[in-house]
Design a protein around this ligand. Structure first.
Ligand code: IPE
Ligand code: IPE
Ligand code: MG
Length: 242
């Protein structure tokens, strides 16, 4: 795939999988005296900009944390505004379906309204063979929920006699997660000045490099991403070795 833009570091030093925690939308709005939902609108715009940039510089797998299993605690009005942004985004993805980007939802879709669930299912099915880039949207995603679901599924197989406990390996577990077949996270980025993971990709980020910055998500720019990529390229990843 020809790159539309030159990455800030040589291509072989780029992460194969970047996970973004899109945090700080509410604070961005508050600073401007706007309702929190305005922050989510701006955050969604920025998400599209960052997806485009990642594609242009040749990142192969990107994952965005859009809504967590814990975010249902928020006021109904805020939750519906976020769900509506998802609906609007699905319409846009349809328009750009020629771009060879695979779209995958990480999360428990059973909680969504039927139209949204259908929209996610069909976009996943229609992009399944696309391979320039994989774009994963984590919606109603929680790592503990995901791992619990995987354990249940493996327990069912053991009970049915199709799997023996000895055959449960790290690989079997990985394959029972929403992220099956995706490479592990190389770089996890959290803007907005918080230093935590908030139940995001705990298994998949076992050896991820973590990058935190103060910028609020709606302001997180391609230049900020370049800085993260430059920092990542300087890290010495040892994976327990020397
Ligand atoms: C992230 O921004 C978006 C979601 C969690 C849906 P927040 O809404 O958490 O923004 P802050 O953290 O309150 O500023
Ligand atoms: C994490 O942000 C979830 C998403 C960005 C979707 P939160 O704002 O929900 O995380 P906490 O509550 O600050 O840990
Ligand atoms: Mg937040």
């Amino acid at each position: 795939m020809a790159k539309a833009k030159t990455p800030p570091v040589p291509a072989e030093m780029l992460p194969k999988h970047i996970a973004f925690i899109m945090d700080g939308n509410g604070r961005w709005a508050k600073k401007r005296g706007l309702p929190r939902t305005a922050g989510h609108v701006e955050g969604a715009k920025n998400f599209k900009k960052i997806v485009r940039y990642c594609k242009d510089i040749g990142i192969e797998n990107i994952t965005f944390y859009a809504f967590s299993t814990e975010n249902w605690k928020r006021p109904d009005e805020e939750v519906s505004a976020i769900m509506n942004l998802m609906r609007e985004y699905l319409v846009e993805v349809r328009k750009h379906i020629t771009e060879n980007t695979r779209f995958i939802v990480l999360g428990d879709k059973s909680a969504f309204s039927p139209d949204l669930k259908r929209g996610f299912d069909s976009i996943e099915a229609d992009t399944v063979d696309f391979n320039d880039m994989t774009l994963n949207m984590a919606v109603n995603y929680g790592s503990r929920h995901e791992i619990t679901g995987a354990v249940r599924e493996l327990a069912r197989q053991v009970q049915a006699g199709t799997l023996s406990p000895e055959d449960i390996t790290e690989e079997t577990i990985s394959q029972a997660l929403y992220t099956k077949d995706l490479p592990d996270v190389d770089l996890m980025i959290r803007p907005s000045g918080e230093f935590r993971i908030s139940n995001f990709l705990l298994w998949q980020s076992a050896y991820a490099e973590l990058y935190f910055c103060d910028t609020l998500w709606p302001d997180f720019s391609p230049k900020d991403l370049d800085e993260a990529l430059i920092a990542y390229a300087k890290r010495n990843r040892r994976f327990g070795g020397v």
